[in-house]
Design a protein around this ligand. Structure first.
Ligand code: IPT
Length: 268
Protein backbone atom coordinates (compact mmCIF):
# COMPACT_ATOMS: atom_id res chain seq x y z
CA UNK A 1 0.00 0.00 0.00
CA UNK A 2 0.87 3.65 -0.35
CA UNK A 3 -0.86 5.93 2.12
CA UNK A 4 -1.64 9.59 1.47
CA UNK A 5 -1.27 12.38 4.00
CA UNK A 6 -2.85 15.77 3.22
CA UNK A 7 -1.54 18.30 5.69
CA UNK A 8 -1.75 21.96 6.56
CA UNK A 9 1.46 23.99 6.43
CA UNK A 10 4.43 21.87 7.54
CA UNK A 11 6.33 25.01 8.49
CA UNK A 12 4.15 24.93 11.64
CA UNK A 13 5.48 22.73 14.43
CA UNK A 14 2.37 20.69 15.23
CA UNK A 15 1.57 19.49 11.68
CA UNK A 16 5.22 18.66 11.03
CA UNK A 17 5.46 16.60 14.22
CA UNK A 18 2.25 14.73 13.38
CA UNK A 19 3.51 13.92 9.87
CA UNK A 20 6.90 12.85 11.27
CA UNK A 21 5.22 10.45 13.72
CA UNK A 22 2.88 9.04 11.06
CA UNK A 23 5.72 8.62 8.59
CA UNK A 24 7.84 6.73 11.11
CA UNK A 25 4.98 4.37 12.12
CA UNK A 26 4.22 3.73 8.44
CA UNK A 27 7.92 3.01 7.87
CA UNK A 28 7.96 0.41 10.66
CA UNK A 29 5.00 -1.28 8.98
CA UNK A 30 6.71 -0.94 5.59
CA UNK A 31 4.25 1.43 4.01
CA UNK A 32 5.13 4.42 1.94
CA UNK A 33 3.55 7.82 2.70
CA UNK A 34 2.86 10.39 -0.01
CA UNK A 35 2.47 13.91 1.33
CA UNK A 36 0.44 16.80 -0.07
CA UNK A 37 0.52 20.17 1.68
CA UNK A 38 -1.85 23.13 1.58
CA UNK A 39 -0.58 26.58 2.38
CA UNK A 40 -3.99 28.24 2.30
CA UNK A 41 -7.09 27.37 4.25
CA UNK A 42 -10.36 26.62 2.50
CA UNK A 43 -12.06 23.75 0.74
CA UNK A 44 -10.57 24.35 -2.71
CA UNK A 45 -6.98 24.16 -1.51
CA UNK A 46 -7.82 20.99 0.44
CA UNK A 47 -9.47 19.39 -2.57
CA UNK A 48 -6.44 20.17 -4.71
CA UNK A 49 -4.11 18.49 -2.19
CA UNK A 50 -6.35 15.42 -1.97
CA UNK A 51 -6.70 15.15 -5.76
CA UNK A 52 -2.92 15.15 -5.97
CA UNK A 53 -2.83 12.15 -3.62
CA UNK A 54 -5.59 10.33 -5.51
CA UNK A 55 -3.63 10.71 -8.75
CA UNK A 56 -0.74 8.96 -6.99
CA UNK A 57 -3.06 5.96 -6.46
CA UNK A 58 -2.93 5.93 -2.66
CA UNK A 59 -4.97 3.28 -0.81
CA UNK A 60 -6.16 5.55 1.98
CA UNK A 61 -5.81 9.18 3.04
CA UNK A 62 -5.17 11.00 6.33
CA UNK A 63 -6.30 14.63 6.37
CA UNK A 64 -4.77 16.98 8.92
CA UNK A 65 -6.31 20.18 7.58
CA UNK A 66 -8.87 22.08 9.67
CA UNK A 67 -12.25 21.24 8.18
CA UNK A 68 -15.96 21.81 8.70
CA UNK A 69 -18.20 18.74 8.81
CA UNK A 70 -19.93 19.44 5.47
CA UNK A 71 -16.56 19.82 3.78
CA UNK A 72 -15.41 16.45 5.12
CA UNK A 73 -18.44 14.92 3.43
CA UNK A 74 -17.49 16.52 0.14
CA UNK A 75 -13.95 15.15 0.47
CA UNK A 76 -15.31 11.67 1.22
CA UNK A 77 -17.39 11.84 -1.97
CA UNK A 78 -14.33 12.97 -3.94
CA UNK A 79 -12.38 9.95 -2.67
CA UNK A 80 -15.03 7.35 -3.58
CA UNK A 81 -13.88 3.92 -2.37
CA UNK A 82 -10.62 5.22 -0.85
CA UNK A 83 -11.05 5.59 2.94
CA UNK A 84 -10.37 9.01 4.48
CA UNK A 85 -9.54 9.71 8.13
CA UNK A 86 -9.72 13.30 9.46
CA UNK A 87 -7.48 14.65 12.24
CA UNK A 88 -8.52 18.32 12.51
CA UNK A 89 -12.31 18.36 12.79
CA UNK A 90 -14.93 18.76 15.50
CA UNK A 91 -15.35 15.67 17.75
CA UNK A 92 -19.01 15.62 16.67
CA UNK A 93 -18.09 14.98 13.02
CA UNK A 94 -19.78 11.89 11.52
CA UNK A 95 -17.02 11.04 9.01
CA UNK A 96 -14.01 8.98 10.24
CA UNK A 97 -11.90 10.99 12.66
CA UNK A 98 -9.34 10.90 15.47
CA UNK A 99 -9.10 14.21 17.33
CA UNK A 100 -7.70 15.61 20.56
CA UNK A 101 -10.38 16.72 23.02
CA UNK A 102 -10.57 20.54 22.70
CA UNK A 103 -12.97 20.98 25.66
CA UNK A 104 -10.67 19.06 27.94
CA UNK A 105 -7.68 21.16 26.85
CA UNK A 106 -9.54 24.42 27.40
CA UNK A 107 -10.76 23.35 30.83
CA UNK A 108 -7.32 22.17 32.00
CA UNK A 109 -5.83 25.56 31.11
CA UNK A 110 -8.59 27.62 32.72
CA UNK A 111 -8.73 25.51 35.90
CA UNK A 112 -4.95 25.69 36.30
CA UNK A 113 -5.10 29.52 36.28
CA UNK A 114 -8.19 29.78 38.48
CA UNK A 115 -6.61 27.47 41.07
CA UNK A 116 -3.75 29.96 41.25
CA UNK A 117 -6.17 32.81 41.84
CA UNK A 118 -6.08 34.49 38.42
CA UNK A 119 -9.12 36.56 37.45
CA UNK A 120 -7.65 38.95 34.87
CA UNK A 121 -7.18 36.47 32.03
CA UNK A 122 -6.53 37.37 28.39
CA UNK A 123 -7.13 34.92 25.53
CA UNK A 124 -4.83 34.59 22.53
CA UNK A 125 -6.76 32.42 20.11
CA UNK A 126 -5.71 30.85 16.81
CA UNK A 127 -7.29 31.87 13.49
CA UNK A 128 -11.08 31.55 13.49
CA UNK A 129 -10.87 29.85 10.08
CA UNK A 130 -9.58 26.80 12.01
CA UNK A 131 -12.21 24.61 13.65
CA UNK A 132 -9.76 23.55 16.38
CA UNK A 133 -8.91 27.18 17.16
CA UNK A 134 -12.63 27.96 17.45
CA UNK A 135 -13.34 25.00 19.74
CA UNK A 136 -10.45 25.88 22.09
CA UNK A 137 -11.60 29.52 22.16
CA UNK A 138 -15.24 28.60 22.87
CA UNK A 139 -14.06 26.12 25.50
CA UNK A 140 -12.07 28.81 27.32
CA UNK A 141 -14.99 31.22 27.22
CA UNK A 142 -17.51 28.73 28.52
CA UNK A 143 -15.20 27.55 31.34
CA UNK A 144 -14.61 31.18 32.37
CA UNK A 145 -18.35 31.89 32.18
CA UNK A 146 -19.03 28.97 34.53
CA UNK A 147 -16.98 30.91 37.07
CA UNK A 148 -18.76 34.21 36.27
CA UNK A 149 -15.61 35.49 34.54
CA UNK A 150 -15.05 37.23 31.22
CA UNK A 151 -11.67 37.47 29.49
CA UNK A 152 -10.05 40.91 29.98
CA UNK A 153 -8.99 40.83 26.33
CA UNK A 154 -9.38 38.60 23.27
CA UNK A 155 -6.68 38.38 20.60
CA UNK A 156 -6.44 36.33 17.43
CA UNK A 157 -3.15 35.23 15.88
CA UNK A 158 -2.41 32.98 12.91
CA UNK A 159 -0.54 30.23 14.91
CA UNK A 160 2.89 31.75 14.17
CA UNK A 161 5.21 32.98 16.93
CA UNK A 162 5.42 36.38 15.20
CA UNK A 163 1.64 36.82 15.44
CA UNK A 164 1.80 36.02 19.16
CA UNK A 165 4.50 38.62 19.61
CA UNK A 166 2.52 41.24 17.67
CA UNK A 167 -0.80 40.58 19.40
CA UNK A 168 0.63 40.73 22.91
CA UNK A 169 2.73 43.81 22.08
CA UNK A 170 -0.43 45.56 20.86
CA UNK A 171 -2.33 44.53 23.99
CA UNK A 172 0.37 45.95 26.26
CA UNK A 173 0.64 49.12 24.16
CA UNK A 174 -3.09 49.64 24.65
CA UNK A 175 -2.49 49.56 28.40
CA UNK A 176 -4.21 46.27 29.20
CA UNK A 177 -2.31 44.23 31.77
CA UNK A 178 -3.72 40.75 32.39
CA UNK A 179 -2.30 38.58 35.17
CA UNK A 180 -2.39 35.57 32.85
CA UNK A 181 -2.69 34.71 29.17
CA UNK A 182 -4.15 31.50 27.74
CA UNK A 183 -2.55 30.91 24.35
CA UNK A 184 -3.95 28.50 21.72
CA UNK A 185 -0.54 27.14 20.71
CA UNK A 186 3.06 27.06 21.88
CA UNK A 187 4.44 28.96 18.89
CA UNK A 188 2.26 32.00 19.68
CA UNK A 189 3.18 31.55 23.36
CA UNK A 190 6.84 31.87 22.37
CA UNK A 191 6.07 35.22 20.75
CA UNK A 192 4.03 36.25 23.80
CA UNK A 193 7.03 35.51 26.04
CA UNK A 194 9.21 37.78 23.90
CA UNK A 195 6.66 40.62 24.06
CA UNK A 196 6.37 40.32 27.85
CA UNK A 197 10.13 40.20 28.25
CA UNK A 198 10.59 43.33 26.09
CA UNK A 199 8.04 45.09 28.28
CA UNK A 200 10.04 44.17 31.36
CA UNK A 201 7.19 42.01 32.66
CA UNK A 202 8.59 38.91 34.36
CA UNK A 203 6.95 35.54 33.64
CA UNK A 204 5.46 34.20 35.83
CA UNK A 205 6.09 36.96 38.41
CA UNK A 206 3.91 39.57 36.67
CA UNK A 207 2.10 37.53 34.01
CA UNK A 208 1.49 33.77 33.72
CA UNK A 209 1.37 32.09 30.31
CA UNK A 210 -0.22 28.76 29.36
CA UNK A 211 0.50 27.33 25.92
CA UNK A 212 -1.15 24.52 23.95
CA UNK A 213 0.47 21.61 22.01
CA UNK A 214 3.64 20.79 23.94
CA UNK A 215 5.78 20.67 20.81
CA UNK A 216 9.37 19.43 20.96
CA UNK A 217 10.83 22.86 21.76
CA UNK A 218 8.44 24.00 24.49
CA UNK A 219 10.48 22.67 27.41
CA UNK A 220 13.39 24.83 26.20
CA UNK A 221 11.63 28.21 26.07
CA UNK A 222 12.69 30.84 28.64
CA UNK A 223 11.13 30.07 31.06
CA UNK A 224 10.14 26.48 30.16
CA UNK A 225 6.50 26.62 29.04
CA UNK A 226 3.51 25.37 31.01
CA UNK A 227 1.23 23.94 28.34
CA UNK A 228 -1.52 21.55 27.30
CA UNK A 229 0.07 18.46 25.81
CA UNK A 230 -1.36 16.95 22.66
CA UNK A 231 0.60 13.74 22.18
CA UNK A 232 1.48 14.04 18.51
CA UNK A 233 3.54 10.86 18.51
CA UNK A 234 0.52 8.85 19.62
CA UNK A 235 -1.74 10.60 17.12
CA UNK A 236 0.66 9.90 14.24
CA UNK A 237 1.02 6.26 15.24
CA UNK A 238 -2.63 5.41 15.72
CA UNK A 239 -3.78 7.41 12.72
CA UNK A 240 -1.69 5.11 10.50
CA UNK A 241 -2.97 2.01 12.31
CA UNK A 242 -6.62 3.09 12.07
CA UNK A 243 -6.27 4.06 8.41
CA UNK A 244 -4.92 0.58 7.67
CA UNK A 245 -7.89 -0.90 9.57
CA UNK A 246 -10.26 1.16 7.39
CA UNK A 247 -8.48 -0.10 4.27
CA UNK A 248 -8.98 -3.64 5.60
CA UNK A 249 -12.72 -3.06 5.97
CA UNK A 250 -13.18 -1.57 9.44
CA UNK A 251 -16.47 0.32 9.36
CA UNK A 252 -16.01 3.32 11.59
CA UNK A 253 -13.20 5.21 13.25
CA UNK A 254 -14.32 7.84 15.76
CA UNK A 255 -11.87 8.60 18.55
CA UNK A 256 -11.43 11.40 21.04
CA UNK A 257 -7.90 11.53 22.47
CA UNK A 258 -7.30 13.02 25.92
CA UNK A 259 -4.86 15.88 26.43
CA UNK A 260 -2.92 16.68 29.62
CA UNK A 261 -1.56 19.66 31.51
CA UNK A 262 2.24 19.89 31.68
CA UNK A 263 3.20 22.29 34.46
CA UNK A 264 6.59 23.95 33.89
CA UNK A 265 7.78 27.43 34.80
CA UNK A 266 5.49 30.03 33.14
CA UNK A 267 2.63 29.90 35.65
CA UNK A 268 2.39 31.02 39.25
C1 IPT B 1 -3.02 22.35 15.65
C2 IPT B 1 -1.99 22.95 16.58
O1 IPT B 1 -2.46 22.90 17.90
C3 IPT B 1 -1.69 24.39 16.22
O2 IPT B 1 -0.55 24.78 16.92
C4 IPT B 1 -1.47 24.58 14.72
O3 IPT B 1 -0.19 24.06 14.37
C5 IPT B 1 -2.56 23.90 13.93
O4 IPT B 1 -2.66 22.52 14.30
C6 IPT B 1 -2.29 23.97 12.44
O5 IPT B 1 -3.44 23.62 11.75
S1 IPT B 1 -3.09 20.61 16.02
C7 IPT B 1 -4.37 19.96 15.02
C8 IPT B 1 -4.32 18.45 15.04
C9 IPT B 1 -5.70 20.42 15.54
Amino acid sequence: HTLGFATSNLALHAPSQIVAAAKSRAGELQFNVAIAMTEQSGLEASKAAISQLLSQRVDGILVNIPMEEEHTQEIVRLCGAIPVLFLDVSPSTTTHHIVFDPQMGAKLGVDHLLERGHQQIALLSGPLSSISARLRFEGWQSCLAQHQLMPVAVMHGDWSSLSGYQQVTRLLNEGTLPTAILVANDQMALGALRALSEYGLPVPGAVSVVGYDDTEDSACFTPPLTTIKQDFRTLGKISIERLLALIDGEETVSELLPVSLVVRKTTA
